[in-house]
Each structure stands twice: as C-alpha cells, then as structure tokens.
Design a protein around this ligand. Structure first.
Ligand code: AIR
Length: 387
C-alpha cells in the first residue's frame, strides 16, 4: 500500500512502548484512534494507555501479531530491527517506510543524505583503522569527536579527542563497538537548536518553531522557545528542515538537530524520524502538538496549525529529579505565581527510576522565556545539575 487515509476508529500499532509511544497514544485517542504497542517491558509507559504485546523488538512472530491487530504501523524509536521493519513494510502498512530508518540508523548514510538535501554537516571522515584516524585527525584538526556510526545516543558511543595522545585509547575502545566509525570536526557552536517538521503523503509540510536546546551531561535539559536567535536564522533553520523532509520523502515527523556556529553558519548534526524530546514543548504551547501532528501525517489527514501560543521552556525530569519533584508537586508554588509562570507536569509512568533516565518533563509556560528560566533556576527540583 503506498498511501491511504486512515480514519478514526482504526488501530495504530506502535513499535516501542516508551514515553514517545505513550504521548502518541494520548494524542491519537483524542482523535478516536485505538492503539496497540509492542514492547518487551510489561506495563510499559505506552502499554498503560494502549493494548500491549509483550515481546522483544526482534521477535518476528510478535511483529506479525502487531500487524494483524493494526491498520497502520509506526515506530517511536529508530533502533527498530531493520529486518522486522522491512517485513512489516512488505506485509502491512508502514507509511513512514523502512528506507528512512535505514538512512537515519547510520551516521554516514545520514550525512550523505543530508548533503544530498543541500544541508551543511560538520567536516567528517569515515574511520576504518588507527591509520585512518591519525590521518583524519591531522586533516580535520583537533578537537574532534569519534562516534560509532550506529547505536549511540545521549553521548554514548562518543569519544572526544583533544590531543594526539587521545587517539590510541579512543581507537582501542571505539573499535571494540564492532560498527563503522566516523570522526567529526568539533564545531565551536554558539547554540544548539532543533526544528521538527511533519510531512504527509500528499506532500504537505509544516514546521514547528525552532527550539534552543541546552544539554547537561549529553542529555537534553532545556528547550527554550522561542529560541534566542535572529529571525533570518530561524527562517533558514525552518527552511532546512523542510528541504530535508522533502528530499528524504518523509512521512510523519522528522526532527532536525543543528548547531549554530559562532560565525552564524548552521550545521545539521542529527536526524530523528519520530517525535523528539525537543518537541515536547508543543504539547502545551502550540495549537497542535508534535504527537497529534505525527498521527495526522501518517493517517494522511490535513496537518494542524503549528502556531506558538506562548513562550515556553521545556525542562526534563530525570531519575535524580524525581524525589524533589514529588515533594514540590503537592505544595503551592508561590514563586511560580509571582513570576506569572505555569509549570505543566508530564510524567511517563516508568516503574524504575534511574539516574539519567527520562521520567517526565515540565513545560513552563511564561510571559517570556526569561521568567520560565528564572523559575527553573530557583526551584529545588534541578539543584544537582548546577552543583
Ligand atoms: N526515545 C526513543 N529514542 C529517544 C528517546 N528518548 C524514547 C522512546 C523509547 C524510550 O525513550 O519512547 O521507548 C525508552 O526509554 P527508557 O528510559 O526505557 O530507555
């Protein structure tokens, strides 16, 4: 099936049952869709709000069962078993297709696709030996970052090389990962931003306002919207996301992470063909959330209005923030009232809280982003990040 309109009443199958699946199901339920998810953890975040098949992502029989129960299939993380995705594409309806997964699962393939779409990426080199690494470090200059081409996320699978002395050890560790490696020149960036675009089979594309992202220990901490960037950069970033969505024939969402270099150049860092953490702000601050937009796109319904209704700062709640968050939640927050901000809490229902694990987020709605940032820095919830 190449494209179809999927109407409410239909069942949407999701590969993966984490928070992104959960929030997709919440948005889709409101439109009258039913959901079934496949995830190995019983009572997963999405399984708490949808029917769940408890099985591993590589379990072909379970994937067939998901297909049997669903009218359309989507995924909520990109490390879906490529063979399972291809099987589902052949035997059921996966409007996003498996080609986009194939591209975004591998940094080198992704960079080639980005260059073909006319985007700038940081200078890079493919590394297959210590000799390659030495030559590339010489050519690109240090500092540089050695990354595994597959499987890395939240800073995992990355080695920062500051001097020639770092090369041998980084090679020794990285080559054990058993995947292709890529060396990327370190871009001195002023800001990290991201743009989420949605495209439906008919070709309609819409973008959300760029988010300015702040990471702590390689994990997203804040998304500030509107991003504090000049208007022409905002327009260029949204234009880039549209070109990428069109060039890659995206159906559904594509998140485009970019670096804004000190000289004003935009470099695309990474793509994610799914809802993205930096788009959670849309849930409370935009007319249409990224989750509703994804459902609309894969069901081939007209895309929703993406207008930003209020300034907002999204702040992540990790395992180490849960205790203080649960102390704060039942209390009256006088400071929030004084600052005129409204913290909207979203929790994912994860049974196990671990340091660095994403447990929820808060969208701090505010008259201006400075007030939201002031509220975040004065509460006790994120105290440890600044320590
Ligand atoms: N996810 C997928 N790629 C990036 C992110 N953040 C979400 C998906 C996935 C969940 O994180 O929703 O299912 C896994 O979270 P955890 O804490 O179980 O590792």
């Amino acid at each position: 099936m190449t494209s179809a309109t999927i109407l409410p009443g239909a069942t949407i199958g999701i590969l993966g049952g984490g928070q992104l699946g959960r929030m997709l199901a919440h948005a889709g339920n409101r439109l009258g869709y039913r959901f079934v998810t496949l995830d190995p953890t019983p009572d997963s975040p999405c399984g708490q709000t949808a029917r769940q098949i408890v099985a591993g992502y590589g379990d072909r029989e379970a994937a067939r069962e998901l297909a049997r129960l669903s009218d359309v299939i989507t995924y909520e993380f990109e490390n879906v078993d490529a063979e399972v995705a291809a099987m589902l594409e052949a035997e059921s309806y996966v409007p996003q297709g498996s080609a986009l997964l194939y591209t975004t699962q591998h940094r080198l393939r992704e960079k080639h696709a980005l260059e073909a779409a006319g985007a700038r990426v940081a200078p890079y080199a493919e590394i297959a030996s210590l000799q390659d690494l030495r030559e590339a470090a010489e050519r690109l200059g240090l500092p540089a970052i050695l990354k595994t081409a597959t499987g890395g996320y939240d800073g995992k699978g990355q080695w920062v090389l500051r001097s020639a002395d770092d090369l041998d050890r980084a090679w020794e560790e990285a080559s054990r990962a058993g995947t292709a490696l890529v060396l990327e020149k370190f871009v001195r960036f002023a800001k990290e931003i991201s743009v989420i675009a949605a495209r439906r089979p008919s070709g309609e594309v819409r973008t959300f306002a760029p988010a300015e992202n702040v990471h702590v220990n390689n994990i997203l901490h804040l998304s500030i919207v509107p991003a504090r960037i000049p208007d022409h950069v905002r327009a260029e970033a949204e234009g880039l996301a549209i070109s990428i969505a069109e060039s890659l024939n995206v159906v559904g969402l594509i998140a485009v992470e970019m670096f804004l270099a000190e000289d004003g150049t935009l470099y695309v860092n990474e793509l994610a063909p799914r809802p993205h953490n930096s788009g959670h702000y849309t849930m409370d601050a935009c007319r249409t959330s990224q989750f509703e937009q994804h459902i609309r796109a894969i069901c081939d319904l007209p895309l929703g209005d993406t207008s930003l209704m209020t300034p907002v700062v999204m702040v992540n709640v990790l395992g180490e923030h849960m205790e203080s968050l649960l102390q704060w939640l039942p209390a009256c927050d006088v400071e929030a009232e004084k600052l005129g901000v409204e913290p909207k809490v979203h929790l994912y229902g994860k049974a196990e809280s671990k340091t660095g694990r994403k447990m929820g987020h808060i969208n701090v709605l505010a008259p201006h982003t400075g007030a939201a940032l002031a509220w975040i820095s004065q509460t006790d919830i994120w105290r440890y990040d600044e320590a």
